[in-house]
Structures are given as structure tokens and as C-alpha cells.
Design a protein around this ligand. Sequence first.
Ligand SMILES: [Zn+2]
Length: 276
Amino acid sequence: MSKLFFGTAGVPLSTRPFTTYQGVARVADLALGCMEVEFVQGVRMKPPEAVRVGQAATQNNVRLSVHAPYFINLNAREAEKVSASQQRIFQAAFIAGQLGASSVVFHAAFYLGDPPEQVFQVVRRNLAEVLVRLRENNIKVLLRPEVTGKGSQFGTLDEVLSLSQELEGVAPCIDFSHWHARTGVNNSYSEFQNVLKMIESRLGRPSLDNMHIHVSGIAYTKKGESKHLVMEESDLKYKELLRALKDNDVGGLVICESPNLEEDALLLQQTYLDLT
Ligand SMILES: [Zn+2]
């Protein structure tokens, strides 16, 4: 049976003092299983601190992942912006390696009005260069482009799965809330099942054993996601989602991005454990 772990996007709000190091211990105190280290404003953690946090995570049996900076656009017009984006992904992956984190999540690109098929080729090529650098530096961390919440952002389910199929070292980050917000649908048991079946058919069963999932309550408009919400204030059918994850014996990490972080992470975990 696969094992699914639940945790927070960043340090739990109830952590004192409010540091990444203490956050790991707090995740364990809350009886959660994982935490995503958020470098969304930049990778500022130094390698010795990453090693220290990683040791705390091992001791506390907390699995770590990393979220790379938001300022990434592998489809940028300017070559300098592309290389800065590649460098941010590389830097996040380097520190992830020091942390002992399994994956780096990132928002790959914006379309900027370009045809999606063309953007896919550009993103694929620029991401492949990062993968070469990771291999050269012996950094064994999966790069996980995220399913994004807005129509202006590269990152449909198909795009993320295609990158994962075509590039060794790339795997999907499936954000079910984003996908629901972006499409307006994809919010029922059968639709969640379809997403999981699509992942399995395109990437194989091992990908369902080692999934990286984002979930939160979400508000949205025709343009997609507008903001994250507390689960119970949103329309996301999280119980049906958890049922689909359970029925497919999905393993991996579920990172909760609701504004109340650990409260909803615990809600998700308890709801999942109560399923029979
Ligand atoms: Zn994200």
C-alpha cells in the first residue's frame, strides 16, 4: 500500500519562534508528515542552515520539498531573464539537495500571448538545460512544474504531464485547486479519478506512488484562481478528492496551501484517515 503524507506549505503558523528549523519540529508535534520549504521570494537559506534543517527533518520523520521563487519565466523574451529563471530553479534544487528534500516545485512560465505549443517547446528546451546542470552537479532532486491556476500561466495538466514524459528528472506537481479554478470544473470524484487515470496512463503507476499534490480552498473567476481560501469557505470537494486518492492508493506528499495552513492540513489528514 502506498503512503500519503500531509503537511504545510511553509512553516506552520503556530510555530514559535517562527523559523524553518522550528517549523519542522512543529510539523512533527502536530503529527503531520511533511512540509514544503517556501523560497517563493528568493532562495535565501545558506547551505549549513539547510543541512541543519534537513537533519531536524530526518530526526522528526518529516519529509521536505521546496517551492522555488515565483520570479521564474522560462518563456521570457529576454535571454537574461531566462537564465536568471534557470538559475533560480538550479539554486532552489541545490538547497533542496542540502535539505534532503525530494522535489522542487515551480511555476514554469507565462505564455505572454504566444501559442501554447510554441511555449511548450521553449520551456522544454530551457528546462532541459537546468537538468543538465543538475546532473553535472550530482543533484538528485525531481523538478516538478506545477499545474497553475490562471489561463495566462503555462501549466495545464497536459503541459505538465508532457514535460514529465519527455524529460528525465521531471515529474508533475498536481495542484487540484488550481486545476479546478482554471477550468471551472474538475471538482468531483469522477473528474478527480480521470486526472489520476490520465497520470497513470501517461507516466505509469510509479508516478501515482510518488505524487506531489497541492491543495487549498480556492476562489476563482473566469480568468482562473483569484486567491486561496480556508477549505470550508470554498467549493472545493476535498472529501471527494481524498476518496479518489485513497481509491487509487496514491502515495506521496499532499501540501496544504490554505491560509490557515496546519488547520486545513490536519483537516485533510483526518478526513483521509477516517475514510474506510
Ligand atoms: Zn506554487
